[in-house]
Design a protein around this ligand. Structure first.
Ligand code: NAD
Ligand code: UDP
Length: 334
């Protein structure tokens, strides 16, 4: 059944830029909430708190232009909004594989529910898609025109195929109903407010390094990723939302500074001054060999180029995890 929120539920009806952020209590979503509140928007943060945390947006609770709603996007919702950022979906391989059927439902039913809402409201809607659309790419760097190389039956498929289906739904809604869509294909993003226990490489390696336990690199570490600091990802999302109707994307958002995971682990080790050793575990099934964005479209359409170096972004992230280990010392303890 559709959950209907009247404008009284979300307070300040007079505000002219009401933005719904699904997954707003998550890592990227909570930074987006901050930026949009700073910019004067009325922000409705919707989350089922599966991987997100109230703690990430606690400082906004009570703000006159902020509302926090517990809701699952697989169920419809009705609320008056001008813009929707659809970020609801677990992003870490450990988290999305924990309940793969719900992950697929989140991407597919979530997209359907929110596209319907956007269409009814005449609102713009931005989909947080992913570099996983490209699967294990046979082309590098990956341009948006590349169709990808995805295993449709493997353990990552719930995420990859769910996000691919969401993209197709976005384009179908735009073609059939004139829905005002934008699609961002986000590459690996890192920074403060990542969960220490979500299994991603940045949080895992930093916590291991700070604790002085073995830093675990999967496989031989020759696989690559390109890491973008969260503030820069958020800036690109906001710029994409501000593009004129008809600029739909998909647009790659990521930092083209490609590193092997072995190299990345070495940088974390040096920057934390850790005495940890680097040890190896088997590579997970379907782990992509390479990941590097071609960002010419983002630069052309958004005037956006990431400028925060890996070392500068990691310094801020390491500081954050030092504090987290004091706040929540048991995080990710074996
Ligand atoms: P995250 O797990 O921290 O945030 C996802 C948020 O969505 C969480 O707050 C979670 O509780 C919420 N959520 C999950 N399922 C939901 C549901 N069914 N209904 C309502 N809320 C739900 O992850 P993140 O890194 O902040 O990623 C945000 C978005 O960006 C995701 O859609 C992800 O696929 C996309 N993305 C992230 C990255 C990255 O490197 N962080 C890369 C590519 C794409
Ligand atoms: N990885 C690793 N050690 C870890 C966690 C991940 O070596 O503790 C590897 C993983 O196998 C992958 C890369 O780091 O090759 C990035 O993994 P992550 O889960 O952060 O993101 P994704 O695979 O979705 O890009």
């Amino acid at each position: 059944m559709t959950r209907i929120l009247t404008i009284h539920d979300v307070a300040d009806a007079s505000h002219d830029r009401r933005v719904l952020i699904t997954g707003g209590a998550g890592f990227i979503g909570s930074h987006l909430c901050d930026r949009l509140i700073e910019g004067g928007a009325y922000v409705i943060c919707l989350d089922n708190f599966s991987t997100g945390r109230r703690h990430n947006v606690e400082h906004l609770v009570g703000h006159p232009r902020f509302s926090l709603i517990r809701h699952d996007v697989i169920d419809p919702i009705a609320v008056d909004v001008d813009q929707i950022y659809n970020l609801a979906c677990p992003a870490s391989p450990t988290a999305y594989a924990a309940d793969p059927v719900h992950t697929t439902k989140t991407s597919v039913l979530g997209a359907l529910n929110l596209l319907k809402l956007a269409t009814e409201n005449g609102a713009r809607i931005l989909q947080a898609s992913t570099s996983e659309i490209y699967g294990d790419p046979q082309v590098s760097p990956q341009p948006e025109a590349y169709w990808g190389h995805v295993d449709p039956t493997g353990p990552r498929a719930c995420y990859d195929e769910g996000k691919r289906c969401a993209e197709s739904l976005f384009f179908d809604y735009a073609r059939r109903f004139g829905t005002r869509i934008k699609i961002a294909r986000i590459f690996n993003t890192y920074g403060p407010r990542m969960r220490g226990d979500d299994g991603r490489v940045t949080s895992n390696l930093i916590i291991e390094a700070l604790r002085g336990t073995d830093m675990t690199v999967y496989g031989d570490g020759s696989q690559t990723r390109s890491f973008c600091y969260v503030d820069e990802t958020v800036e690109a999302l906001i710029r994409l939302m501000a593009t004129p109707d008809g600029v739909e994307g998909p647009v790659n958002i990521g930092n083209p500074d490609e590193r092997t995971i072995q190299d990345f682990a070495g940088v974390v080790q040096r920057m934390t001054g850790s005495s940890s050793r680097i040890s190896h575990r088997p590579l997970p099934v379907d782990d992509p060999r390479r990941r590097c964005p071609d960002i010419s479209e983002a630069t052309r359409l958004l005037g956006w180029v990431p400028t925060i170096s890996l070392e500068a972004g990691l310094a801020l992230t390491i500081d954050y995890f030092r504090e987290e280990l004091v706040r929540e010392p048991g995080v990710r303890e074996a």
